[in-house]
Design a binder for this molecule. Structure first.
Ligand SMILES: [Zn+2]
Length: 389
């Protein structure tokens, strides 16, 4: 059997070792065989399908650890296969669909259905599992969540959710200062669920105690936590301070001021920051009034807000976040893309997130304006806006 062979030529190729002008990426089957200046592995290219990426950036597929939906499709409605189908046009090749607070019985039912969909491996972006954002959050940092559904962490309440997820629960945002959350951190890690501090009102000391228990991830730093104060650095200060912790950040240009993004990157470096979209299900829809999680939200320009004026998720997907980091914050693309590829891949120990031999062939071509033009997932072309190449 001849394995499917594809060679991407002439593009600006981003490898872990550096950027190669006019590089070559060779894909055999579902894996990257080589990424470099030539095609050392290939004596004979006649059998290969050649993709001419002249004038394009060639980078690893983007990985979103925190997304609630897009295009009208909502993780809270179990529409994760539809999300998987929509995401490749944004350069996203893998993602963690993320739920919001809801009654426990409702959540358990939702997770069970979602687990079945994920196990069936629908086409499109790879669904890596689930991220539970709530209900174990602080009632003092609700964000757009419905406060009625928030509760302190209790292991006996978590257990049915874990069972319903059939092992697909990979990340859980929690407030470590509430209920039994602090002592649950090592147990969650043992079960393969990554605890992430978020929607938390914890003090600096409380966060440090959680880091001692193994906490190593933070949900959308700056949002749904109180601001930095020099006498009470809080969650923001503790995440800046703790090298162990990787911080998610929303880079839609609205949730976080570009200067606060720049400061975060100076304090933690891109290697310790994960770009997320936190996209709301209405991302990509026309302006107007919608409902999400039982609440009315208004989509206007680049923001989605609840009626009381709070930001309710973002409407910018991962490609838009990358554009903010490069075009507004001024980061070189090779630094910005780390936050959208290698970092999230490392967080979930995936064989993805880099153009390197043996990695999954998840590849995105971006034009000069950093708009995705072509997306490959595990060797399959799933999005192609390059007619005639
Ligand atoms: Zn969220």
């Amino acid at each position: 059997m001849t394995e499917r062979l594809r060679v991407i030529i002439n593009g600006r190729v981003y490898t872990p070792e550096g950027v190669i002008e006019q590089g070559v990426v060779t894909v055999v089957g579902d894996k990257i065989a080589a990424a470099g200046e030539t095609t050392p592995l290939l004596p004979d290219l006649t059998a290969a399908k050649v993709i001419d990426a002249a004038g394009l950036h060639v980078l690893p597929g983007l990985i979103d650890l925190h997304i609630h939906g897009l295009g009208g499709f909502d993780a809270m409605q179990g529409q994760v296969a539809e999300m998987a189908a929509e995401l490749p046009r944004h350069g996203v090749t893998a993602f963690l669909p993320t739920t919001i607070a809801a009654p426990l019985a409702e959540l358990a039912e939702l997770l069970e259905g979602m687990a079945a969909t994920i196990a069936a491996r629908p086409p499109g972006a790879r669904i890596l599992g689930m991220h539970l954002e709530g209900p174990f959050l602080s009632p003092r940092q609700t964000g757009m969540m419905d406060a009625r559904f928030l509760r302190p962490f209790r292991w006996e309440e978590f257990e049915p959710l874990q069972a319903a997820s059939r092992g697909w629960l990979k990340m859980m945002t929690l407030a470590p200062e509430e209920g039994e959350a602090l002592s649950a951190i090592p147990r969650l890690l043992e079960q393969g669920v990554l605890p992430s501090i978020g929607h938390s009102d914890a003090t600096f000391e409380q966060v440090r105690a959680a880091v001692q228990q193994g906490l190593a991830h933070a949900t959308h730093i700056y949002n749904a936590m109180h601001g930095f104060h020099h006498r009470e650095p809080g969650v923001v200060g503790a995440v800046w301070y703790s090298d162990e912790v990787i911080a998610q950040v929303i880079a839609d240009g609205v949730h976080v001021h570009p200067a606060a993004l720049a400061l975060l990157l100076r304090l933690k470096t891109p290697e310790r920051v994960a770009l997320i979209s936190d996209a709301a299900p209405i991302a990509g829809l026309p302006p107007g009034e919608y409902t999400w999680g039982g609440k009315q939200v208004i989509l206007e320009g680049q923001t989605c807000r609840s009626l009381d004026g709070r930001l309710a998720g973002s409407v910018a997907l991962m490609d838009a976040g990358l554009r903010t980091l490069v075009q507004t914050v001024g980061l070189p693309l090779e630094r910005a893309l780390v936050m959208a590829t290698a970092v999230p891949a490392g967080v979930l120990s995936l064989n993805k997130g880099a153009l390197a031999p043996g990695r999954d062939a998840d590849i995105v071509l971006l034009d000069d304006a950093l708009q995705p033009q072509w997306t490959m997932i595990e060797g399959q072309v799933v999005y192609d806006a390059l007619p005639g190449r």
